[in-house]
Design a protein around this ligand. Structure first.
Ligand SMILES: Nc1ncnc2c1ncn2[C@@H]1O[C@H](COP(=O)(O)OP(=O)(O)O)[C@@H](O)[C@H]1O
Ligand SMILES: [Mg+2]
Length: 255
């Protein structure tokens, strides 16, 4: 395996706040890795640094062996990185299918479909996007909801839709930011299944943010744990579970 993502000594300050401090870790191609830590640890900021929402204050971020420190968000996406957000960003008034189609069109700007659009074949592009999006909805178990307004889906399915939108970009690296947030226990079980399935089916490398220890432990063989912006532990679930720094960081948390 070779690293698809590598952070080397990455730091980011906001005014006086050290949000991320000297973070170093790698994610190998094909892994399902977890980034765990209590609320406020700096996890989302790590995603924002990878995806060019913020620039690093110091350190290096490499994707596919290439330094992406200074790339803009759309450039990082075009290299094959997609993400979901801690707060849902679906279009509540649009249908489930339209939500996926608008995301898929973003991807199509860069390839075969771009050529079709240049030839003025909008109809062909639209049909192909629709078919591809329906197939994707089928793969994530949402095809029977295609025409429903996204905002009327149960919460767990809205999260599922957000994942479908991210996958429609055909990423090689998928970043999931607390996909289980706000879900009930049954929805979390189904979400875990979905993540494991898409990881295999779409040939994805996944980095999953989660603050609850249980979920990360269950599905991620490789876990990076952070607290106060810094990495405090890295390893297998067994290594993380009994790590003194992790236990200390989670002391007083309800889980
Ligand atoms: N744009 C920003 N401006 C100021 N502070 C920020 C900004 N983004 C994140 N932070 C701070 O960085 C720290 C880590 O936040 P975050 O990455 O959201 O943590 P987590 O996702 O682990 O809960 C927090 O103290 C947060 O307030
Ligand atoms: Mg967060």
């Amino acid at each position: 395996m070779s690293a698809i993502l590598r952070l080397g000594g990455v730091s980011r300050t906001f005014g006086g706040i050290q949000a991320v401090s000297d973070m170093s870790f790698s994610v190998e191609r094909g892994e399902l890795a977890g980034l765990m830590g209590p609320n406020g640890a700096g996890k989302t900021t790590v995603f924002n640094l990878i995806t060019g929402v913020y620039d690093v204050t110091s350190g290096d971020i490499e994707f596919d062996g290439r330094n992406i420190n200074r790339l803009k968000t759309y450039e990082v996406i075009s290299l094959g990185v997609a993400r979901t957000f801690q707060n849902l960003r679906i279009f509540a008034g649009s249908s489930v299918l339209e939500n996926v189609m608008t995301a898929a069109q973003q991807h199509h700007r860069y390839g075969f479909f771009e050529a079709l659009s240049h030839m003025g074949r909008w109809g062909a592009m639209e049909r192909a996007t629709r078919a591809e999006s329906m197939e994707l909805l089928d793969r994530v178990g949402l095809s029977d909801r295609a025409d429903q307004a996204a905002g009327t889906l149960p919460y767990g399915l809205q999260r599922r839709l957000e994942i479908a939108r991210a996958i429609s970009l055909r990423p090689s690296l998928l970043l999931l930011d607390e996909p289980a947030a706000g879900m009930n226990p049954e929805e979390v079980v189904k979400l875990n299944e979905l993540i494991i399935n898409i990881h295999g089916d779409f040939n994805l490398t996944i980095l999953l943010i989660e603050h609850h220890m249980d979920m990360v432990m269950e599905i991620c063989p490789h876990i990076v744990c952070m607290n106060f912006g810094a990495k405090i532990a890295e390893g297998s679930p067994e290594e993380i579970r009994n790590h003194p720094e992790v236990l200390k960081a989670y002391l007083g948390e309800e889980d």
